[in-house]
Design a protein around this ligand. Structure first.
Ligand code: ACM
Length: 535
């Protein structure tokens, strides 16, 4: 019954959409000029390149067209109709494109393969969402270069197929950064050849069950996913969290344990032992070799939960004496600076959580501002000239619920509704006092999906969609071209797609369409408490 109501509602909304003349594309392009008429499908969907450019993007398009039942193949450029891809240096942004749909020809022009790929995505959305392709000229480019999503595979492991499915949808909505939280207290999820127990021992357990079967990504699987992402113009940023959130690693190799306290036992790596630096440098070297992108994320968050243990650790005490430190916080700075050096030695750019600002890290470091209740960390980061990614808990942490009828997930004096994700960031800039000059240091924005309460695919889907569509539009579309009411209409196409893909999304119009899935049954006390501990 719900499905019938949803379909009827969908049809009505589609009609309304047609009436207001919005193009059914998410994220909405910067410039859309429609013309009379439609593409004449008798010209078919064969694709040619005007100048041998964008071979991979053409292959991608042809595969998708054939998969949707439209016959397509690559043809030579003596053809004058069908789909043409061409390079055009007048398209200034490397991620920008021009898509011109005429009655006889569809043309995608870009100066770079990424832009050509996004032109393809827009065309695919129009093909999926329109009965006939309208004649139109679209000139488009993103507002932000960093349009990201973070998956936490440490608390609950999702696996290769799930990651690939996510990457497919990220690409469809022009998201280009996949931040992969691979290690934390509850599980270590990446094979490290030199220290195999990290995966085989550290990979045992999850947030809901410390005895859950071992789960991790082999290096072969990581390579496969990196390649899959690369074909979709998505860069993967691996995160190996340190010196806190190290409980799973310390289960595997207790010799590098720096201790913890209370509900955070064995929470840190030991900064006082020289062997710790060798161990972590070896790990980072293997990780760096697996990921083609320029970034290495080494966390740096919430060390305070375990740092008191350092006060009584003999190796840390010896370090403090040797370096004339009077406070364990200086050990944290010492540790981070050594690891920053290591990341630089590997030729990577370091990225970490906003706690790094307290350590006066090198200006080449990229900062993720996450503590929404500490806006001074954002202004400090921008004032100091750090390249900064915006991912404040409110409204961009998708472990918060998204509707006031929901109860499984964080609710802290409010939550993260679709509207707020969509509205971000400009009203926040005004409130916090982020000036245009400061904004020039913002790389972009991302949503983070901490998975303590996402133990199965239904819960992952439910917390992700449709909020990730809103994030995609906020990160891509200039504020002047955003309109929440229009966006809501366009979401109808996303919902149709999600139904086809069997995605258990939250239908914000018909909440009963997919009832809120139950949270995990916590089988035993996790090694880190399930208590809400984030500061
Ligand atoms: C974080 O949420 N601990 C970055």
């Amino acid at each position: 019954m719900n499905r019938i109501i949803t379909s009827v509602l969908g049809a009505l909304i589609a009609l309304q959409l047609h009436a207001v003349g919005q193009l059914p594309v998410i994220p909405y392009p910067q410039s859309v000029v429609t013309a009379e008429g439609h593409y004449n499908v008798s010209h078919g969907f064969d694709v040619y390149s005007a100048d041998s450019a964008f071979v991979d993007e053409i292959d991608f398009l042809i595969d998708k067209l054939n998969a949707s039942g439209r016959n397509s193949r690559a043809v030579d450029n003596s053809r004058r109709c069908g789909i043409v891809m061409k390079s055009d240096v007048s398209v200034k942004s490397p991620e920008g494109y021009r898509l011109v749909i005429g009655k006889n020809k569809i043309e995608i022009a870009a100066s770079d393969a990424a832009g050509a790929f996004y032109g393809v995505q827009t065309l695919l959305q129009l093909l999926n969402n329109c009965r006939e392709l309208p004649c139109v000229t679209i000139n488009d480019e993103p507002r932000y270069g960093w349009r990201g999503y973070m998956r936490d595979d440490a608390r609950h492991f999702t696996g290769v197929e799930s990651v690939k499915n996510l990457l497919d949808l990220m690409a469809y909505y022009k998201l280009n950064r996949f931040h992969w939280h691979l290690t934390d207290g509850q599980g270590w999820r990446i094979e490290i050849k030199k220290y195999p127990k990290l995966a085989t021992v550290g990979g045992i357990g999850s947030h809901s069950d410390p005895d859950a079967p071992c789960a991790y990504y082999t290096q072969e699987e990581i390579r496969e996913i990196v390649d899959y992402a690369d074909k979709r113009h998505i860069m993967i940023i691996p995160e190996i969290d340190m010196p806190g959130h190290a409980t799973a690693a310390n289960r595997a190799y207790p010799e590098y344990n720096g201790g913890g306290e209370g509900i955070f036992p064995d929470f840190t790596f030991n900064p006082g032992k020289e062997e710790t630096y060798t161990y972590l440098s070896d790990i980072l070297a293997e990780v760096a070799g697996l990921f083609a992108g320029p970034y290495m994320h080494i966390g740096g968050d919430e060390v305070a939960y375990g740092i008191n243990a350092w006060k009584v650790d003999p190796d840390v005490n010896a370090l403090m004496k040797r370096e004339n430190f009077t406070d364990v916080k200086q050990c944290e700075r010492y540790f981070m600076n050594r690891m920053i050096g290591e990341v630089a030695h590997l030729g990577k750019t370091l990225i970490g959580w906003d706690e790094l600002l307290d350590l006066d890290v090198d200006k080449s470091t990229n900062i993720m501002w996450w503590r929404h209740d500490k806006p001074a960390y954002l202004t400090r980061s921008l004032d100091a000239g750090y390249t900064t990614v915006l991912c404040p808990r409110k409204p961009l942490y998708f472990d918060f619920v998204q509707h006031d009828s929901h109860s499984v997930g964080r609710i802290w004096d409010g939550f993260c509704p679709l509207e707020d994700v969509y509205a971000f960031p400009d009203p926040w800039f005004e409130n916090i006092g982020v000036t245009p000059e400061m904004q020039s240091h913002i790389a972009g924005m991302q949503a983070n999906a901490w998975s303590e309460l996402m133990h199965n695919s239904n819960r992952v889907d439910f917390m992700t969609w449709p909020r990730l569509c809103a994030l995609a539009e906020s990160a891509w579309t200039e504020p002047a071209n955003k309109n929440f009411k229009d966006f809501e209409l366009r979401l109808n196409d996303a919902y149709r797609l999600f139904d086809k893909l069997n995605i258990y999304y939250f239908d914000h119009r018909v909440p009963s369409h997919h009832p809120e899935p139950a949270g995990p049954v916590i089988k035993k006390m996790s090694r880190e408490s399930e208590t809400d501990y984030r500061d």
